[in-house]
Every structure is written in C-alpha cells, then in structure tokens.
Design a protein around this ligand. Sequence first.
Ligand code: A3P
Length: 277
Amino acid sequence: AKEISDEEKLYRYNGVLYSTLLSPEEHLKCLEKMQAREDDIMLVAYPKCGFNWMVGVMRKIIAAATGVKSESKIPPLMEFYGPENLKKVDEAPSPRFLGTHLHPNNIPASFYEKKTKILVVFRNPKDTMVSFYHFSNSNPALPSAKSWDTFYSQFMSGEVAWGSYFDHALGWEKKMDDPNVMVVTYEEMKQDLSESIRKVSSFYGFSLTDAQVQQIADASTFKAMKESSASSHGNMGNVFFRKGEVGDWKNHFTPEQSREMDEVFNKLLIAVCSLNF
Ligand code: A3P
C-alpha cells in the first residue's frame, strides 16, 4: 500500500466514512449498479462483529449443502471489488456467496428489489469496539488508534471506517421484521454454534444432516479457525483471529464509558437491544 497519512486513510461516501485504500470512491460508485440475484447468499456485518467467522461457517454450509466450493479468489467484501472483480462476480454461477460491511443504505439497491436473503451478524457493541481498537493498530490501511480513550470517542461518534455501529444497528433495526433478513449474534454463535448453523441453513433452504452440522461446528471453533488462518488469511491471520471471546470489554472500558455506551445503546435501539448479546 502506498504511504498515506492517517488523516487521508478515511473519506466520506453518502455521509459514511470508508477506507480510501480498501474501498475508494470509484469502487463504491460502480458497486451501486451491481445486479443482485434472488438466490444470492448475502452476509452483512459491521466490522469486527464476527464477519470472518460467519464467512468460514457459510462456506462450509454451502459446500456441504450444494457440493459447490465458493469462489475465494474474489475478495469477501463487495466494497473491495472494483470494476474487474465486479465483472467476475457478475459472471459467476449461482448461488453466489457475497459479503459486506456496508451501511444498509449503501448496499446496492438491487439486493432489496430482488428480495435477496440477507444474513446480518451483530455483536455487542463493547466487544466490537475492543476488537476494532486492536484491529486499527494492526491494519495499516486504517488510521491507528492513538489511545483507548481517543478511539472510544471516535467509535461513539462514528468517526471510524464503515461509520457508526449505532447507525448500522438502527438501519437494520428497521428491517428486522423483513422475512428476507435474518439476524444472528456473535454471542449466540459462541453459546451454541450448531444451533446457529441449523438456523442459518434453514434460512437459506439448505438441509444438513446432524453429522454435517457437527462437522462444520467442529471446524469453525476459534481454535480451529485460528490454526488454519495462515492459509485462509495469510499474514493477517493473527489479526482477524485475535482472542475470540465474549466480555473482553471488561478489560478495557472504564465504568463511566460502559455506562455511557449502555445509555446511548438503550436510547437509540429497541429491537437490537433485545438480541441475545
Ligand atoms: P476479537 O478481536 O475480540 O478476538 P471480523 O471477522 O468481523 O473482523 O471479527 C473479528 C472478531 O471475530 C475477532 O474478535 C475474532 O477473534 C473473532 N472471531 C473470528 N473467528 C472466530 C471464531 N471461530 N470464534 C469466535 N470468535 C471468532
């Protein structure tokens, strides 16, 4: 990546901050015209909510259910595509497995028009922020987090790549009753991964045997995915598979920060608050 300053690493698109290097404006502009298919398998998550975990799970579900290994040469996030990858995706056979961290308002309109089924992964905002804090200091494409307190303020005001967690959650909150949208939480996956695998499979109309579900769950534990992360994520393996736990926020938040985040969260969001975090 070319050397650019922290200030230049983010820019605004439709009011939301994005990474200049990873998802430049040209990419997002041409993505707007992307044509969805009704049978696309679409995964959406705000950064650090367990997107890569669900990518691993979904690829295994699709392979077990259809016998088709999903194309992994194309970046997993559609905002990274650019014209060349977009063309490849346009020509790819169904079912296509697609993913994004984009704000629901910036997802290409065609996905809503075609009523593509969208799986959304949420994670409690405190652990999401902790994970994002560490990630910012390990990913050269993002501005580095100057200090915990500074990052806390930026996260709370949405001054981070992909924008505000709370805006994303609000966007999905309005669509949670849509039968084509299903929400799964990181915490629910931690609690009973087999159950989440069954839930996701049936949402997409796949039927897996108990043995297949068990096999996928065993291969998708944090330990198993971290061990294979060098081949799946190259030298970013340890960055994407850091700690994999619920409640690491207790090691970072001051009582005051925790209280403030609870307040914002409870005031803004109703349906999302009732999720099993
Ligand atoms: P931590 O930084 O808290 O460890 P994303 O893929 O959206 O960037 O999310 C990354 C977070 O998901 C990281 O959280 C990572 O460790 C966690 N994660 C990845 N795979 C996991 C797994 N199999 N089980 C539990 N957590 C996992």
